[in-house]
Design a protein around this ligand. Structure first.
Ligand code: ZN
Length: 146
């Protein structure tokens, strides 16, 4: 029997660039046991000041193993999966497509409905992350699953 999962928390990196490896380094620097998110969705800018690579736009990378408790949302880590979109305030169409698909697969796998999806800001008043309306993401999922 695996970890009991009944929530998915959507985050953003609050950086214009990055990937799972970079976030892993950032989180190690904070003294954590490596990347706190389970999935990372790239925006085509994996490195600082690098060129946009369309082949890396919307690609999903694995972070922490899904079966391991994450480190991304205080109070909710043991029961949730954490997904991080690379970006500050704007996210690409490919990222949003990949996010929708990943959420759909997770909800179906765990037998959850779209109300199991939260933005970090909906669980922590001090956060603006993921800097977009997660209600719209839930609505999209509701229409896809109906
Ligand atoms: Zn967050």
């Amino acid at each position: 029997m695996g970890r009991q999962i009944d929530m998915v928390v959507v985050h953003c990196s609050d950086s214009g660039w990055g990937n799972a490896e970079v976030i892993n380094e950032w989180h190690l620097e904070r003294g954590w046991s490596g990347i706190g998110y389970h999935l990372v969705i790239l925006n085509g800018h994996p490195i600082s000041h690098g060129d946009y690579d369309p082949e890396l736009d919307g690609i999903v990378e694995s972070g922490r193993d899904i079966e391991d408790k994450g480190a991304h949302c205080k109070g909710f880590n043991s029961r949730s999966i954490g997904i991080c979109l690379i970006g500050k305030e704007t996210f690409t169409e490919n990222q949003m497509k990949t996010l929708t698909q990943a959420l759909l697969e997770i909800l179906q796998h765990y037998g959850l409905d779209p109300d199991a999806i939260y933005g970090h800001n909906e669980l922590d008043d001090h956060k603006t992350c993921p800097n977009q309306e997660v209600a719209e993401i839930r609505d999209r999922l509701w229409s896809l699953m109906s």
